[in-house]
Design a protein around this ligand. Structure first.
Ligand SMILES: Nc1nc2c(ncn2[C@@H]2O[C@H](COP(=O)(O)OP(=O)(O)OP(=O)(O)O)[C@@H](O)[C@H]2O)c(=O)[nH]1
Ligand SMILES: Nc1nc2c(ncn2[C@@H]2O[C@H](COP(=O)(O)OP(=O)(O)OP(=O)(O)O)[C@@H](O)[C@H]2O)c(=O)[nH]1
Ligand SMILES: [Mg+2]
Ligand SMILES: [Mg+2]
Lengths: 291, 270
């Protein structure tokens, strides 16, 4: 198992005392393999290793008396810095805040919409409405409506009988209500599907939401880099919500998403139930990526 | 003399990038590069392609049909990989070969059976759908009993997504496997583990965990219409010997092909 290799290497370095340039090169090579095994994007790993090497040089690690502790600290600090801090969800006081959820098929958007509504009711003590905007998936609106009932949030569907979206109908409707937050759940789409990427741009243009969250599966592999890049170029992504963190993935996609988009990871989904949404924890994710 | 041509660090890193970005995983990528490195530079890419072909499962035996109906197929996997949608595709094909029933045994997720029910309607097959909150094993038991009594040829069982890390959900799947044997002793005749091509190395761990718990006969790989290559299937074949049945390239009923090594290789080198 690769991360044991890293631990063993650090222990043998500890016995050595001072580190040579060769020791550092060998360590960085092992670190690279650990990060790749954790599903961090290949190009992201390249940049990360380069940055760590630079920090080690700046810290004059070869002259250090306790180099292994310093080495470990530098790696963890660099990881945590990239992953960033959790950011609170700020709502517009006295006005409607619109949140648009976008992402790949099956990433967890609809479930996350329910979780966000629960969070907004329970933690922020505000009134949310769930808005269905998925015209493709069978029973998508039903799924969202069920969640709305479960968390006691409002529900509205933009989906017309003919399978198109009635955005004007929604705008008219929402103006006549007193909801604090509208969470709009969109259909899953591939970042390489030009037609669907164009569609989400148009939906975004029509709604002008305050937040656009990219809902991304924590289990994503190398694809996370391309997904982040495509969505980030197509829309003004405000943040990421990482789902299915309760699986056994090491979560390297989190690092790729952060590197490529530069936006904060707001929340992480920790299970299937509506209360399984927590503020992003960079310490937990760095520990998983590096272990 | 060609063995003197050592692969440069940059060259090796380029090939490593190619394999890693295809989600091969570090272990297998390094192993493949150690082999390829031994060949002269001008031969390396071709050698890699031949080597990869040898690391793939061959075209598998046709899917098992029961000696007497119904033939029962199980579909399971983690959340959101495409189980329900894949069942719709199977139902669409199998209805030409016999009477098909789909069983909605995802009694947990919101609108799970509604989703399957709508697909069944669209495809034109019958559905036995469990009540939300019911025990999935009893839904399967009643459904398969009904299928046997009414002469259905194929029964496709949809299950709830479950993280392989959740012991109680894995136990639930074991029970679902045991219970059906009371009605049809040889069932399930095929047990499909559905894996999402956009996943990373967790897919391998899922395969391992599910195989340790229940029978897993074949893999179905979905979402190959992304740019993901699903390279983890190479180590799944190498370490776990699990063949692949079906490759899914989209959300529509005919967005799939039967597995063949050339599809994977063309997608990889495409
Ligand atoms: N274990 C776990 N499951 C999750 C989490 N978030 C979502 N899910 C599950 O993932 C599956 C897919 O969730 P959906 O909400 O339907 O995903 P979606 O993005 O809306 O899917 P599409 O609309 O088809 O694109 C469901 O089984 C959810 O219960 C999570 O944080 N943990
Ligand atoms: N692009 C693409 N989307 C797919 C593919 N297969 C399934 N999907 C989509 O992925 C989403 C999830 O599919 P489901 O069939 O609900 O997945 P599931 O495994 O049954 O999900 P849970 O029951 O919630 O665990 C849906 O939007 C499907 O249309 C595929 O091959 N390509
Ligand atoms: Mg959805
Ligand atoms: Mg399903």
């Amino acid at each position: 198992d690769l991360s044991d290799k890293l631990v063993n290497m650090l222990n043998s370095l500890r016995k050595k005392g001072k580190l040579t340039k060769e020791d550092i090169d060998k360590f960085l090579k092992n670190l690279k393999m650990v990060l790749l095994a954790s599903d961090v994007g290949f190009d992201v790993v390249r940049v990360f290793i380069k940055d760590v090497r630079k920090k080690l040089e700046e810290a004059n690690i070869e002259k250090s008396i306790s180099p292994v502790d310093q080495l470990t600290k530098i790696v963890y600090d660099e990881m945590r810095e990239i992953l960033g801090q959790p950011v609170p969800l700020k709502l517009k006081p006295g006005k409607l805040t619109q949140i648009l959820l976008v992402g790949l098929q099956g990433s967890g958007k609809t479930t996350t919409a329910g979780k966000l509504a629960y969070y907004i009711k329970k933690k922020l003590r505000k009134s949310p409405i769930l808005v269905a905007a998925d015209t493709y998936r069978p029973a998508a609106a039903q799924q969202l409506r069920t969640l709305a009932n479960e968390v006691d949030a409002g529900f509205y569907s933009m989906v017309k009988e003919d399978g198109t979206l009635d955005i004007d109908g929604y705008k008219k409707f929402i103006r006549g209500t007193l909801y604090d937050v509208a969470i709009i759940d969109s259909a899953g789409r591939m970042h390489v599907d030009e037609e669907l990427m164009e569609e989400i741009k148009q939906l975004h243009e029509a709604l002008q939401p305050d937040y656009v969250f990219l809902v991304a599966d924590a289990m994503l592999g190398q694809e996370a880099v391309d997904i982040a890049d495509a969505f980030h170029k197509a829309l003004p992504i405000s943040g990421v919500i990482l789902t299915k963190v309760d699986g056994d993935t090491r979560g390297g996609a989190a690092l790729s998403l952060r590197y490529v988009t530069g936006v904060p990871i707001y929340f992480m989904g920790m299970g299937e139930k509506v209360d399984a949404l927590e503020p992003f924890d960079p310490d937990e994710i760095s520990a998983r990526i590096l272990d | 003399f060609s063995s003197i041509q050592v692969m440069s660090e940059d060259e090796r890193d380029e090939l490593l990038a190619f394999l890693i970005k295809a989600d091969f995983g570090v272990m297998l990528a390094e192993e493949l590069l150690d082999i390829v490195e031994e060949y002269p530079p001008e031969e390396r890419e071709m050698r890699l392609r031949t080597l990869l072909a040898s690391y793939l499962p061959p075209k598998p035996e046709p899917i098992k049909i029961a000696s007497e109906p119904p033939t029962v197929y199980y579909f399971f996997g983690v959340n959101g990989v495409g189980k329900t949608t894949t069942i719709a595709k199977f139902a669409h094909i199998l209805k030409k070969r016999g009477k098909v029933m789909v069983i909605g045994a995802d009694t947990f997720r919101a609108a799970a059976t509604d989703q399957l029910g709508l697909w069944a309607e669209k495809v034109g097959v019958d559905a036995h759908l469990g009540e939300r909150g019911a025990d999935p094993s009893s839904v399967i038991y009643t459904g398969v009993e009904k299928a046997k009594a009414r002469g259905y040829d194929f029964v496709l069982v949809d299950t709830a997504g479950r993280m392989s890390t959740k012991k109680n959900l894995i136990e639930e799947l074991k029970k679902m496997e045991r219970v059906v044997k009371k009605v049809v002793p040889d069932a399930p005749h095929e047990s499909f583990l559905v894996l999402d091509a956009t996943q990373g190395q967790a897919a391998f761990r899922q395969a391992k965990t599910f195989m340790e718990a229940v029978q897993v006969t074949r893999i179905i790989l979905t979402k190959l219409d992304s740019t993901a290559k699903g390279g983890f299937i190479f180590s799944i074949w190498k370490e776990l010997g699990l063949p692949i049945a079906f490759l899914s390239f989209g959300q529509e009923l005919d967005d799939w092909v039967e597995y063949s090594p050339s599809v994977i290789l063309d997608n990889l080198f495409g």
